[in-house]
Every structure is written in structure tokens, then in C-alpha cells.
Write a protein that binds this ligand. Structure first.
Ligand SMILES: [Zn+2]
Length: 281
């Protein structure tokens, strides 16, 4: 079966499992993981390809029979990766979007709601998830991860047991909100993002519904993601390496401190010995 030119597609809605197979992990390896990686290597050695495809689960969408039906069809047909995941992401995103808009509006006074609807309409909330034509796959993927709170986000990786920490390199909890609106590491790019939006619409401050659900917001956010590479594989690998380097430096620092302390102790002992000698005189 495994020969030159053959492509295997492994579809799963177990994102934790898939991530463990292709993500740098700081947890000790498990038997199944090692076996799967060995099998993949053997298949690749024969010139065939293996592709891991995440088909988003649907169990957390109550009563969504359409998603359920589509999931079954997708598993039966093993369609193209993009087509599959994007269709499902669309369904889930629309669900989340409605929830978020409802939540945003329910926090407002009745007099403000009408106003908000009008404001939102001027932002042109699209009824379906459509990214501008020409959006690169990499940015589209990052965008969906931030929208769903899944993928290379530390808060997510930690929740599913892939990483030991849920912290960003800056030390705060790494969530979509943190990366898009707060992290000091992206201050410069965020200023550009904010300016882009303010040039088009009047807003008090940036917020997630604006960035992830509105036409103006989506366009500007995609540009921000292109600059920062947030939630791309390269970004994730690089920051894990940076984190490891920092960790190593810390350890070297600690070792040097320990050595310093040992020296001081040694000197004290010498002094005590000298004092002891002078006592005997
Ligand atoms: Zn941060």
C-alpha cells in the first residue's frame, strides 16, 4: 500500500491526538504516539505521504444534526483537507458568532441596543464566514484558530495536555484576546492594526467581535496575522525554541549562583580555621 506517490489521509476530530503527533511537546512521549510516529516514518521512507487532517468535532453543538451528517459524510469520503475543515469551521464559527453577538448585545441597555445594531450593521457582519479573496491559507488558518480558541494557542495546548504551561512568552496566559489585544510583544503591529480600523470606522477601542466578525476587522486582522505570523506552525516552533533557550540561560545562571555560594562558604571555613588558630595562641 505504501509506495511512491500514494497519499494517506488520517482524519480525526481528536485534535489533542493530532497535535501530539505533529507538535513539539514538552510532555514525556507515550507508546501510541511513538508507534504512530514510527509508522509514519516507515510510510514516508517508501515515498508515500501522510497527511493529518483535523475534522472539527461537533458534539459541543447541541442539536446540530447538519454538522453530524456532514461529519459522517466527510469521514466516509475523505475529501480534501481544506474543503472539509473549512466547511466545519464555518458551521462552528457561525454558531459562536451568534452567541458572541447575543452576548455583546445582552450586556447593553435597551436604549443602546438599537444604536449597537446600527453600529454593527455599518461594520457589515457577514452571515457566513468568508475571508477576502486571495487570503493565504496560512493566515486563514491562524484566523480560524484565534476565532475558535484552538490550535497553537498555549491556553488550548495546555488544556488538552500537550504543553505544561499555558503562558505566552511575555508571562501572561496565552489566549486569542491576549495575542490580538494585549501582548506587549506585538505592540507595534497592533498600532498599525488599530490605525487601519480607525481610518475606516469610529470605534472606542479594539475588541474581539470587531476584529473577528466584521468586514473591516477581519481584513485588518488578517494583515496583522500576516505581519506577526501568530498561530502559524513556524511561529509556534520558534517561540518554543526561544522559551527553551531562556530556560537554559536561567539554569546556567542558577548554576553560576550556586558555584558563587560554594566559594563564599569555602572562604568562611578558611576564616573560621584562622580564627581557631588565633584562639589557641
Ligand atoms: Zn504575551
Amino acid at each position: 500500500m505504501a509506495e511512491q506517490g500514494v497519499k494517506f489521509k488520517v482524519c480525526s476530530d481528536n485534535q489533542a491526538g493530532l497535535l501530539r503527533l505533529r507538535t513539539l511537546s514538552d510532555n514525556p512521549g507515550q507508546d501510541n504516539q511513538i508507534r504512530a510516529i514510527k509508522a509514519t516514518k516507515a510510510i514516508r521512507a517508501k515515498g508515500a505521504e501522510v497527511e493529518l487532517i483535523w475534522v472539527p468535532g461537533h458534539c459541543d453543538i447541541p442539536g446540530n444534526e447538519l454538522a453530524d451528517k456532514l461529519a459522517k459524510e466527510a469521514t466516509a469520503q475523505l475529501p480534501e483537507a481544506d474543503a472539509t475543515s473549512f466547511a466545519f469551521l464555518g458551521i462552528r464559527i457561525n454558531q459562536l458568532k451568534r452567541q458572541e453577538i447575543r452576548k455583546t448585545l445582552s450586556g447593553l441597555k435597551p436604549s443602546e441596543i438599537q444604536e449597537s445594531y446600527r453600529n454593527i450593521y455599518t461594520w457589515k457582519i457577514s452571515s457566513k464566514i468568508s475571508l477576502p479573496i486571495g487570503t493565504r491559507r496560512e493566515q486563514a488558518s491562524s484566523f480560524f484558530q484565534l476565532k475558535l480558541g484552538h490550535g497553537f494557542l498555549k491556553s488550548h495546548l495546555h488544556r488538552i495536555g500537550v504543553t505544561q504551561s499555558n503562558r505566552c512568552l511575555c508571562g501572561k496566559k496565552e489566549t486569542p484576546k491576549h495575542l490580538l489585544l494585549e501582548c506587549p510583544r506585538y505592540r507595534t503591529q497592533r498600532a498599525v492594526l488599530e490605525e487601519k480600523i480607525r481610518n475606516q470606522i469610529r470605534v472606542k477601542e479594539l475588541n474581539l467581535p470587531l476584529l473577528l466578525h466584521t468586514k473591516v476587522g477581519i481584513e485588518s486582522t488578517l494583515a496583522f496575522l500576516k505581519e506577526t505570523k501568530i498561530c502559524t506552525r513556524t511561529w509556534h516552533v520558534q517561540r518554543e525554541e526561544e522559551r527553551e533557550e531562556e530556560h537554559e540561560e536561567e539554569q546556567v545562571g542558577e548554576r553560576e549562583e550556586e558555584r558563587g555560594e560554594e566559594q563564599e562558604e569555602g572562604q568562611e571555613e578558611e576564616r573560621e580555621e584562622e580564627e581557631g588558630e588565633s584562639d589557641r595562641d
